[in-house]
Design a protein around this ligand. Structure first.
Ligand code: MG
Length: 265
């Protein structure tokens, strides 16, 4: 350690130096563009592991964070550390799974796998999906050598926005989605104040860039219609939902970070 007298003399030399006096009188102009607060909170981001503020929704062990989204529906199965759709044949009702927690703005990571055995074509091959707020679907499909409408292929915001590219890895391969979803905002009178927005990476490749959603993506009663459904005011937070489209799609390593932007644009 530096001897105390030396330290004191160094401090006094600094305090009374002409440079310090000039700094006090007129800060250098470049400091006017410096912002020192609020200080961003620390989030640990280990090289192998989750961000420290992530909410784990599935880690391969149990379905505690999930419930069937339809009354009387069955849970999915856990197989080799993945949660998997148990396909049912019509007329039995498919069973989507939804989170017990509700979310608004989120960063989502999940991994999915379409079936290795290629069966069906178009929308009947490896179909599932991630429904933010249970209403806004980022499509999952086996989109390798499987022609369909482009705004319904893997990585599309279903029937609203085709993906920028087809970044699919193919049947039986694990793939990733990393998504920023901004919830829509509604005015007190129920009118839309700002639309839902989505940015998505499939397998690290940008497939959706800050697209504005026109409303909920068609599904269930709104599916068989000539027009896409309009927005209807809803809660600020709603469960995340994974789709059962009667195809044995699997999921693993699902987590979210709540973002809670004060206002969307
Ligand atoms: Mg789907």
């Amino acid at each position: 350690m530096r001897p105390l007298p030396l330290l004191l003399s160094a401090v006094s030399a600094t305090l009374f130096s002409p440079v310090f006096a000039a700094d006090k009188a007129a800060p250098p102009p470049y400091t006017l563009t410096e912002v020192w607060s609020p200080i961003p909170p620390v989030v640990a981001a280990p090289a192998s592991g989750l961000p420290s503020d992530a909410i784990v929704l599935f880690d391969g062990k149990n379905l505690d964070e999930w419930e069937p989204a339809v009354p009387g529906g069955h849970p999915w199965k856990i197989e080799d550390g993945a949660m998997a759709v148990i396909p049912t044949a019509a007329p039995a009702r498919p069973t989507d799974q939804r989170t017990k927690r509700a979310f608004g703005d989120v960063q989502l990571h999940l991994e999915f796998r379409t079936p290795a055995e290629v069966k069906g074509k178009g929308q009947e091959r490896g179909n599932s999906g991630v429904f933010f707020m249970g209403l806004y679907e980022l499509q999952i499909l086996d989109s390798t050598d499987n022609p369909t409408y482009v705004n319904g292929q893997s990585g599309s915001v279903y029937k609203e926005h085709a993906p920028l590219v087809n970044a699919s890895r193919g049947p039986g391969a694990w793939e990733t989605f990393d998504v920023v979803f901004i919830a829509p905002r509604f005015a007190p009178d129920g009118k839309l104040a700002s639309p839902a927005r989505m940015t998505a990476f499939q397998n690290g490749v940008l497939v959706q860039h800050d697209v504005a959603l026109t409303g909920p993506t068609p599904n269930g009663p709104t599916y068989n219609q000539p027009k896409l459904p309009p927005y209807e005011a809803h809660a600020a937070k709603l469960p995340l939902l994974l789709q059962d489209h009667r195809n044995p799609v699997s999921f693993r390593n699902i987590w979210v970070r709540e973002l809670n932007f004060p206002e969307a644009k």
